[in-house]
Design a protein around this ligand. Structure first.
Ligand SMILES: C[S@@+](CC[C@H](N)C(=O)[O-])C[C@H]1O[C@@H](n2cnc3c(N)ncnc32)[C@H](O)[C@@H]1O
Length: 301
């Protein structure tokens, strides 16, 4: 990239070629999104202004972003944001990038809470706050708390709450839930949601470099080793409450059925599992109290 004159199209093509050589499958999309970001344009602008020259200052900034991406840093960290459930979330090193599959958990929760307005929700392992804030964005009278033991993640969560105008209804607390839950009476909430870290330490060898080398290990791995630490802590803390709050959990790819069986073996009453479009069981909903309206009969099979 040492030529004097580079048009938008030439620059994006050269960058995409570089990223392809670095093994990035979405090289063209990524190159475009980073160039649009540097220029302060939309991606469509790149096509309508493809023959415009890019000045040397913008080229230098672009080169730096492309280098970072070439080192397999997640695109969301480089751009500093990720869309989740139609909302814009600030993200960066130290916080998990919200995943599209987690939108399934939010959708299942919205269906579950349909018709309710004032309720309290607790998001355990809140990270960027994406789950809690997406739920609150749809229920203007609901309030919630997000716990995480990562101070870095909570900074993003608080910033996201403020950016989305939800900070008067969302509180974020630095707390190790494995130590806190069970150490005293649990918070009185109507709904507990969580996307727990569920990769076992013996797994993870096939993670993408973006995830393995850049995202926080504590957000991915269950250190106790069986992927069930959050499940145990949540069940132990809330099972004796009357009514027990609804519990909505994201399931790992490995364990929809086995986790459903585990919850049933622990004596959980109402259980339902929601599958994604490919048929994989991705969300578990457990034992809500009678104060809630059941949109349809619960599937206890
Ligand atoms: C899989 S990430 C989910 C983040 C976010 N809820 C999402 O869906 O994008 C799990 C989160 O749990 C947090 N975490 C891990 N162990 C924890 C613990 N013992 N106590 C509190 N938070 C914990 C991590 O810091 C991370 O933010």
């Amino acid at each position: 990239m040492s030529r004097e004159l580079w048009t938008v199209a030439e620059l994006a093509s050269a960058a995409a070629g570089y990223l392809t050589r670095k093994g990035i499958e979405t090289s063209r999309l990524d190159a475009d999104l980073m160039l649009a970001d540097v220029l302060g344009w939309t991606r469509i602008d790149l096509y309508t202004r493809f023959d415009m020259p890019v000045d040397s200052h913008a080229r230098a900034r672009y080169r730096e972003l492309i280098r970072r991406r070439g080192r397999r840093e997640p695109l969301a960290y480089i751009l500093g944001r990720r869309e989740f459930f139609g909302l814009d979330f600030a993200v960066g090193p130290g916080v998990l990038v919200p995943r599209p599959e987690t939108e399934g958990l939010v959708e299942a929760t919205l269906t579950l809470m349909e018709g309710r307005s004032r309720f309290r929700v607790l998001d355990l392992g809140t990270g960027s706050g994406c789950i809690l804030l997406a739920i609150l964005s749809r229920f203007p009278e609901a309030h919630g708390e997000g716990w995480d033991r990562s101070a870095e993640a909570l900074e993003y969560a608080r910033r996201n709450a403020a950016d989305l105008g939800l900070d008067h209804r969302a509180t974020f607390v630095e707390r190790d839930l494995l130590k806190t839950l069970g150490a005293g009476p649990p918070p009185r909430v109507d709904l507990v949601v969580s996307n727990p870290p569920y990769i076992r330490p013996d797994e993870g060898w096939d993670l993408m470099p973006e995830v393995r080398d850049h995202e926080p290990a504590a957000a991915l791995f269950d250190r106790e080793g069986d992927g069930l630490s959050f499940h145990r802590a949540i069940l132990a803390a809330f099972r004796h409450l009357d009514p027990m709050p609804w519990v909505v959990l994201e399931l790992p790819g490995w364990g929809g059925e086995s986790l459903r069986t585990w919850w049933k073996d622990q004596g959980a009453g109402d259980l339902r599992v929601v599958a994604d479009l490919s048929g994989q069981e991705r969300v578990l909903i457990a034992a809500g109290g009678e104060t809630f309206r059941h949109p349809e009969p619960l599937d206890a099979s």
